[in-house]
Write a protein of this length. Structure first.
Length: 342
């Protein structure tokens, strides 16, 4: 098994207060990396000074270009075979590089390796294992449902990044999702169920803008669909459209079950980006208009019920309001037999 050189790329915008923890987590790795590159995206705080004081490579941009384009600058300057990405407000557990980069060394056919994450700060939870741990697999269809690859948990082969255009500089939201979809259509991914990266939840991060986040994600899917109509087989496009509608309906159901009005309204607003989704959209708009206040009140009462009472009345409520808060995960999807990686 060939030992690969590893470069760490850290885009940073006004994260001087978080950057030291991120850098220290890289230095504390059980497997040392070969270089650390911080790309200061025209910060107005002391981010660049923090990076230089830490004696790592610091690329200072003159204008703010966004996280995707900033990462591209880091990739261009890197010398490693593998690129490990870490956002400046996140950090790694000590075995992250050893565990995740090690997967790419163990499985040379894979393009991307990633792990589970822990969300911390304003939230404190561990992400579920979205896909089974094991040999590399085609994760494209799972990714169409949702972005299961956390940016700060990912390690990617540099040559594959360069060959496939890296991140889209035009995107400010979901630029990582766009990259994962493009790569997953062509290459296997591999993952570990271990938690090796920690994602900070705080008020200033871009993903807190719910409307832009949901819109950005669906713009990426819609663009992928638009390109697929020109390049892929009719059977693939048909299945892609079906998966997009399924993801659209699932997102609405999730927001409904969680009584998250901001997410529900954001999801309803993207229906034009989902092929042939008029029927789904009309159903959920009517449901939202007629039943939302009662659903919220009932949900609050539901939360206060004893589990034994919930089990008794759940079958009576499901026909009216859909699944209750004890929801099952999205069922596994088996792609068509002719869907092979190129």
């Amino acid at each position: 098994m060939t030992r690969q050189r590893i470069s760490v790329v850290i885009p940073c915008y006004n994260s001087a207060s978080f950057l030291p923890q991120a850098l220290q987590s890289v230095r504390d790795q059980s497997r040392a990396v070969d270089e650390i590159i911080v790309v200061d995206d025209a910060s107005t705080d002391d981010s660049a000074a923090v990076a230089r004081d830490a004696q790592v490579t610091c690329i200072s941009l003159q204008s703010n270009v966004g996280p995707g384009a900033a990462r591209n600058h880091g990739i261009k300057a890197s010398a490693g075979d593998l690129i490990a990405f870490l956002d400046a407000d996140d950090y790694w557990m000590p075995t992250h590089v050893e565990d995740v980069a090690g997967l790419l060394e163990r499985y040379p056919e894979s393009a991307v390796a990633f792990s589970r994450i822990r969300r911390f700060g304003e939230e404190d939870l561990i992400a579920p294992p979205y896909v089974p741990e094991g040999p590399p697999s085609n994760m494209f269809w799972r990714l169409i449902e949702e972005n299961i690859v956390a940016q700060s948990s990912a390690v990617v082969r540099r040559d594959i990044l360069v060959r496939n255009g890296c991140y889209s500089s035009a995107l400010r939201y979901s630029e990582d999702y766009d990259l994962w979809l493009r790569l997953a259509r062509r290459y296997p991914f591999v993952c570990t169920s271990d938690v090796t990266a920690c994602y900070r939840v705080h008020p200033n991060q871009a993903s807190r803008n719910v409307t832009e986040m949901v819109l950005g994600r669906w713009r990426v899917k819609h663009h992928f669909w638009s390109v697929a109509k020109k390049r892929e087989s009719p059977a693939f496009v048909e299945q892609l459209e079906a998966q997009m509608r399924r993801a659209f309906a699932y997102g609405l159901q999730t927001a409904w079950d969680e009584r998250n009005e901001a997410h529900l309204r954001a999801a309803l607003a993207v229906h034009k980006l989902v092929p042939n989704s008029t029927k789904i959209s009309k159903y959920w708009r009517r449901r939202y208009r007629l039943a939302w206040p009662f659903w919220v009140a009932m949900g609050d009462a539901w939360d206060r019920m004893l589990p034994s009472v919930r089990r008794t009345i759940r079958p009576l409520l499901s026909p009216l309001f859909g699944p209750t808060s004890e929801r099952s995960p999205l069922p596994d999807y088996l792609p068509p037999s002719d869907d092979v990686l190129e």
